[in-house]
Design a protein around this ligand. Sequence first.
Ligand code: PDD
Length: 277
Amino acid sequence: RTVYVNGEYLPEEEARVSVFDRGFLFADGVYEVTSVLDGKLVDFDGHAKRLERSLGELEMANPVTRDELLEIHRELVTRNAITEGMVYLQITRGAADRDFAFPVDATPTIVLFTQSMPLIEKPTAKTGIKIVSIPDLRWGRRDIKTVQLLYPSMGKMVAKKAGADDAWMVQDDFVTEGTSNNAWIVSGNRIVTRHLGTEILHGITRAAVLRMAREVQMTVEERPFSLAEAKAADEAFVTSASAFVMPVVEIDGQPVGQGTPGPLSRRLREIYIDEMR
Ligand code: PDD
């Protein structure tokens, strides 16, 4: 595989980042994951805008223009012959002597790589996924897409050990989001997903699915929903760049609705894939 590091395209074995990089020492960095369908980037502009916002919130310099970033994404997709999969991008504050206070003039480290993987024909899209709930113990600025992913990573392991696929995080009885996706429920004909704020990541897929649902006259509410409301819902699903729209069929061992992917979840997945490819 060819990867991109600080201006160079290199074989992955030759790519190097400093041991003093603040991404490594402090998780002082941000990232984006953009999916690729039929060799084309899905919603690149949305990801580029959110990246710029994350960098701004952390007072981190942006080493590339949006056009350059697009060019690097496309070049890697071509060089690695990715038809379906994703491009991972990470920008960290760069290398410096270890100090909690960061240097204001550090040179950021930028890394991109690709991963080829099936996104449309995923077995879980047919069966749905099982969720367990865990408390949301992350820091309070979840709207910034930082590389501090240890808590979500531990949450995913909790799910696996319980025989489930993923975890939903809960704060004050309300669901915030999944470990790496936004959480949704369907009650009657109403589709509910948490409103934007600092408690959740502002998902690019979330925004697209909201728009598409409204375009086909579905009723959408952006508001908090409790774990109890989710367990009593007719349907549930998650959205992310790699999951698209993924039905949830079980929460904490209880079936959601009929315990099979619901009609609105399946329809939204179809609409999303149709529009994005
Ligand atoms: N995760 N919430 C969290 C905590 C996330 O990490 C993600 C994305 C999302 C969905 O955002 P989007 O629709 O823009 O992908 C919500 C990516 C895919 C990841 O970490 O792999």
